[in-house]
Design a protein around this ligand. Structure first.
Ligand code: B1M
Length: 208
């Protein structure tokens, strides 16, 4: 079995301690960081399907997520690229009621590599916290809000609308599995991206 296949399988079953070593071996085998990342993203899709079908439960989903995070830690320095901060500061967080952070962390990494300074508010971030963070930090040009649950889509709407109502001069980008371009437009976001790579492209586009 190839190392990349092994990474995929071991993330699925949450073998957290093995993952950093396996990711390194997959790199040594000549796989690119992007290919390894995609393998781990695919693992999480499998985990999601197994959860939906009742084959696994929240604890298994959680350990798989931890395993993926360990793998991302190994890839991060290789994917970070140029960290020039000329595009200003980006406040990022997962919206209120939502604890999913893997996608948000990948988006954060890619937006940082596009040239933003990142202030990460973590998960379960209330709308007002985004506004406060814009005021507390210097040269904030962008707020990035992630939401993974259909039940937290209203929180995404509240975040965008609270930021817009504050009158602060910042762009807002939204994304996450249930978010569509139409929903992003409907709630008044300036931008939407379906994945981490395109979030970085869109982020740059919004502020230059
Ligand atoms: Co949860 N979960 N989860 N979960 N979980 C999903 C999302 C789910 C689809 C699983 C399923 O049923 N198949 C489902 C949501 C269904 C729905 O709403 N339609 C679900 C559910 C139901 C739940 C709970 C309610 C389960 C329960 O308790 N009964 C619960 C909710 C807790 C809460 O948040 N309040 C819950 C809990 C959890 C864990 C804590 C156990 C764990 C998260 C751990 C963590 O994140 N640290 C977890 C996990 C791991 C998942 C799955 C399996 C994987 C998520 C993930 O990390 N994907 C997920 C199933 C799935 O996604 N297929 C699932 C990999 C990641 C790279 O992709 O996050 O989509 P993603 O990010 C992508 C894009 O979406 C996009 O770019 C990213 C990278 O390319 N993107 C943006 C994300 N944010 C963006 C922002 C942008 C732009 C793009 O601009 C700002």
């Amino acid at each position: 079995m190839s190392k990349i296949q092994e990474v995929k399988e071991k993330v699925e079953i949450g073998k957290t301690k093995l993952i950093p070593g396996l990711v390194q071996e997959a790199l040594d085998e000549g796989n690119t960081p992007g290919e390894i990342l995609q393998a781990m993203v695919d693992s999480m899709s499998v985990v999601g399907e197994k959860f939906s079908s009742g084959e696994i439960f929240v604890p298994e989903m959680l350990i798989a997520a931890k395993a993926m995070s360990k793998g991302v830690d190994v890839l991060r320095p290789l994917m970070a690229g140029d960290t020039a901060t000329s595009l200003g500061t980006c406040i990022i967080g997962t919206v209120a009621g939502d604890l999913h952070d893997i996608g948000k962390n990948l988006v954060s990494m890619m937006i940082e590599s596009a040239g933003f300074t990142i202030v990460d508010l973590g998960v379960d971030v209330p709308a007002e916290r985004f506004v406060a963070a814009v005021k507390e930090n210097e040269n904030v040009t962008l707020v990035a809000c992630s939401g993974l649950l259909t039940t937290t889509m209203p929180a995404l709407k509240e975040a965008v609308q609270t930021i817009k109502a504050s009158g602060l001069d910042v762009k807002v980008i939204v994304g996450g599995a249930p978010v569509t371009p139409a929903y992003a437009a409907e709630i008044g976001a300036d931008g939407f991206a379906p994945d981490a790579g395109s979030a970085a492209v869109k982020a740059k586009e919004l502020v230059v």
